[in-house]
Design a protein around this ligand. Sequence first.
Ligand SMILES: NC(=O)c1ccc[n+]([C@@H]2O[C@H](COP(=O)([O-])OP(=O)(O)OC[C@H]3O[C@@H](n4cnc5c(N)ncnc54)[C@H](OP(=O)(O)O)[C@@H]3O)[C@@H](O)[C@H]2O)c1
Length: 317
Amino acid sequence: MILDYNDLISTQTFTILGILTAFYFFQRFASFVWLYYLRPPSLHKFLHGKEPYALITGASDGIGRAVAKELYERGFNLILHGRNETKLKAAIDQIHASGKGPKRDIRFFLASADAADVDFTKIVEQFKDLRITLVINNVGGGRLRAQRIDAFSGEDLLGDIRVNALFSFDLTHALLPQLRAAGGPVEVVFVGSQSADIAIPRLSTYAASKSFLYQLTRCLNADETYGSPSQVRFTYWNVGTVITNSLREKPSLFYPLAADFAKNLMGIIGCGREKVTPYAPHAMQQLLVGLLPKSILLHHATKTIQRIIDETEKRTD
Ligand SMILES: NC(=O)c1ccc[n+]([C@@H]2O[C@H](COP(=O)([O-])OP(=O)(O)OC[C@H]3O[C@@H](n4cnc5c(N)ncnc54)[C@H](OP(=O)(O)O)[C@@H]3O)[C@@H](O)[C@H]2O)c1
């Protein structure tokens, strides 16, 4: 059969498109396998100097407490943040008790992350002589609101934004000079959420705050590399559902317990990606979700939110 010129162009175009598409998917697959299964861990990069410290906010429970425990076991001294002294001290005792090898230092500070009057300069001042090489800005939480935002006061809504964005921003602002002086690589993590990537009803202040953290990550990286580069880098963790005391679902592959989630993400710290999903099954979930039409996503999100609101109302009755 003889092909005319147009047939030839379209055959070539489709072949090239096919090759490019195959290359794109192969590259994504290879990058996935490398990140989660082949890449050598790089946490030790942040164990430099005599006594390196990791600072973790929201460390009295959930992901923060689990991450603190893992970091302590891997050689970090800790500075932990919480709002309830008894609860935070109990978490510290637990970390000390579970740690193998030599005892390391664990310090703490208390602050309500939703308060307008937190003195960040004073907080940072008490740790000014410590070498902080890792900061996990973990404090946060999605307060699901049964009504739209105009049913609440601006101050109330601002509380959500403080807990999920401004506390991390202000702490980073106060800490930066000290982090730059650490004398080696420093990583600052902002704990984000998958909910910032999709539109979920009744969760606007939370999701928007997490989006703020992502853009902050990108811009601060640009800041630290522009001019005379520093060794401080920022990364945003795109977190999916994790079972904690504040989110009691049935554990499964896609719903890991905080302890398992924290163990997994030790291999991700220092990977150099600006936005990373720290748990492989959540990354698979995101890939699939990304293929769904928006209308199906919104329908599913709405049903899930309604179920959670109903369950919460039943519990508080
Ligand atoms: N779990 C998930 O499915 C999930 C999904 C996506 C993203 N994330 C993100 O992961 C991070 C940790 O979540 P989590 O599930 O581990 O939460 P969690 O179990 O509720 O623990 C939150 C921690 O933050 C502290 N905290 C909360 N509000 C505070 C406030 N106003 N002032 C001071 N401390 C406060 C809590 O202190 P108390 O112990 O005193 O309550 C606790 O230490 C959050 O940033 C969250 O947005 C979680």
